[in-house]
Design a protein around this ligand. Structure first.
Ligand SMILES: [Zn+2]
Length: 399
């Protein structure tokens, strides 16, 4: 089983400066690689530059440019591979008939991660193992950086990344072969309906509300983005406004992740089988997703339903994906089963008699079957349908 561990770093002032330079040099490398590919693409012959070509050039670049030469060769290769993936995604969309934007040059605030593909190659986790209390990670040309390790790392470390978030720095470990810690069986199952008013409704009638702080954060974000859109490009005020928007985004992400962890943990403690709707993310966000302005990163274009409600929705929508990811990971580790069912008709089918009609759904909140008279909270009714479909799927799978 694969799992990620994330810890905050406690770099010294000097290390912070070096980490910042490290990010910047990797960003420069990324942009230089992009520049080369761009020119090749614009050339009438439409040459394609490949990762292999750029990786080979890296050796020369390192030899003539001591600034670049001091960083880990492997982390630089990982950066070029990241560019390669961005390009591949671009060409995939072109081939599919879309009109995607060409991958962009990364500005100073838009490149925050450096990856080392292998522990021990340009970086070393737990580089001072004999220290009685302090964990450190050694990063080439940066040194031994203190780690706030709040829980043990298990499994085999595969990749190590360093990420900047605002003024904080984090180390991310991606681990393989993490042993499972199964929970004792409880003999119970639950269906979960994901919604907007409530993050989740369980088939037993309980609900997890989308906390007010998320809606409040969405409002603040909409406001901050509006402010940002009025600032002149290249101005100091604009830079400040960008930082504010980014900070709010980070905060929402953290709060959302926290809520997802708490909700998922409650579910896997209590139930052996958890049935959820298979999310089709495109469907959910289409209604009012604010479109990012292609020329101004972080700024959203107005849309039909207003940037505010769109943003509000997208903040909540994103919560579902995060929640399902966390739930799947925790379930796997605990030996629980998550069954994903097709979301067709779960909201208009009667959980008591199976009668399916749009009229069953009186309002957003009320379900009243026109055939048998069964009445319930609409989300609870949907959750019951999801549970039934999940159990049916599980039965055919294990038969
Ligand atoms: Zn009915």
């Amino acid at each position: 089983m694969r799992r990620a561990f994330r810890f905050q770093l406690r770099p010294t002032v000097r290390q912070t400066a070096t980490l910042t330079t490290m990010l910047d040099d990797h960003r420069i490398l990324y942009n230089a690689g992009l520049q080369e590919r761009r020119e090749a693409w614009r050339h009438p012959s439409r040459t394609t530059v490949r990762y292999g070509d750029q990786s080979a050039q890296l050796t020369e670049i390192r030899a003539v440019d001591p600034e670049q030469g001091r960083w880990s060769f492997s982390s630089q290769q990982a950066t070029l591979r990241r560019l390669d993936r961005a390009m591949a995604a671009f060409f995939r969309r072109v081939k599919a008939g879309g009109k995607p934007g060409y991958p962009r040059f990364k500005g100073r605030n838009w490149f925050d991660t450096v990856v080392w593909p292998r522990d021990g190659d340009g970086c070393r986790w737990d580089s001072q193992p004999h220290h009685p209390t302090q964990t450190r990670v050694r990063l080439q040309a940066v040194g031994h950086v203190k780690v706030h390790q709040h829980r043990p790392v298990r499994g085999t470390i595969k990749t190590i990344s360093v990420k900047r978030e605002g003024r904080r720095w984090y180390v991310l470990l991606s681990c393989d072969h993490v042993p499972a810690e199964p929970l004792p069986a409880t003999g119970t199952a639950v269906g979960v309906d994901l919604g907007v008013a409530s993050l989740a409704t369980f088939s037993d009638g309980r609900q997890v509300d989308n906390p007010r702080y998320l809606a409040a954060a969405a409002d603040r974000l909409a406001h901050a983005q509006q402010m940002l859109s009025r600032k002149k490009r290249g101005s100091a005020r604009r830079r400040k406004a960008v930082a504010k928007v980014a900070g709010l985004h980070r905060r929402v992400r953290r709060q959302r992740l926290d809520l997802a962890h708490r909700t998922a943990l409650g579910l896997i403690r209590e139930y052996d089988l958890i049935a959820v709707e298979a999310l089709r993310v495109g469907n959910m966000t289409r209604r009012a997703a604010p479109r990012p302005d292609p020329d101004r990163p972080g700024v959203f274009l107005p849309n039909g339903q207003g940037a505010k409600s769109g943003l509000n929705r997208s903040v909540l929508d994103a919560g579902w994906g995060v929640f399902l990811d966390v739930l799947r990971a925790k379930a796997e580790s605990a030996g629980r089963v998550v069954v994903e069912v097709e979301p067709a008709h779960t909201s208009r089918t009667c959980a008591a008699c199976g009668h399916c009609a749009a009229e069953n759904r009186r309002t957003q909140a009320v379900f009243a079957c026109t055939a048998c008279g069964h009445a319930a909270h609409a989300d609870v009714n949907a959750a019951a349908n999801i549970l039934r479909a999940g159990l049916a799927r599980q039965a055919t799978h294990s038969a």
